[in-house]
Design a protein. Sequence first.
Length: 258
Amino acid sequence: MSPDDPELLEYLLLFHELPGQYISGEEAIEIRKKFWSMILVTVQLWISWDAIETDRSPDLSQGLISIRNKLIEGEMKKMNSFKGFLLVALILAGISGCGDASETKEENSAVVGDPVGKEAKNIMIGEDTFPLHDLKGVQNFKDQFTFAFDPTVHPEIAYYKSGETVTIDFGGTEFDHIAILDVLLDSEGKQLYTDKEIKEVPYTHEDNHYQFKLEKHFASALDSNPKKSKTVYRGFRINAYKDDQEHPFGFVIKTDSY
């Protein structure tokens, strides 16, 4: 068989006809088998090299050398391409996995961090509607209503007459039950008296709306200042419970003191 024999060339260079990219796992196994098969052929050629020289067949010798060198060079390029492809595939898979994990983590964090939903939660008094303030994370209860005295948050604290109906709207979030606490505040928004003077407010509940009547606070008569103000600041804390977890909200208004 001469070096230019088409069958020999086709057999020795078969690996070069295989695709170098986007191969499946089964194709990779086949490539590996054929690669080692070509290595064995090359080894056999090297072993028979002495015999070739002994036979003094320079044409056949040069042809086999050329085929061997092309084979080795081609296989190395193919293997490097294959390794490069695998490396890129692993990197892309890792990036994709990290992205999915990050998205899953963010989704889970959203669920855990805000189990009551993102719908607007408002207070309605008369014709006015304003949002409830989230009190979650407030450690000092005596200062929990100072947010309303920050002009960047609330330019002005509204006044409402006694007897007005207050409606709490939690949007699409349904709580198991709530508790409403009425706290007298000083002019800076801090709790005015002790916890004994905190009043729990009765309410009615219908269609995820909670209502109560705005009545005078009994402790407003305790002011020792001879020049009593006709109005008082009142902070209302709403402890809403869902799945045995407390979700506190609050709002501040001014009302009649007596």
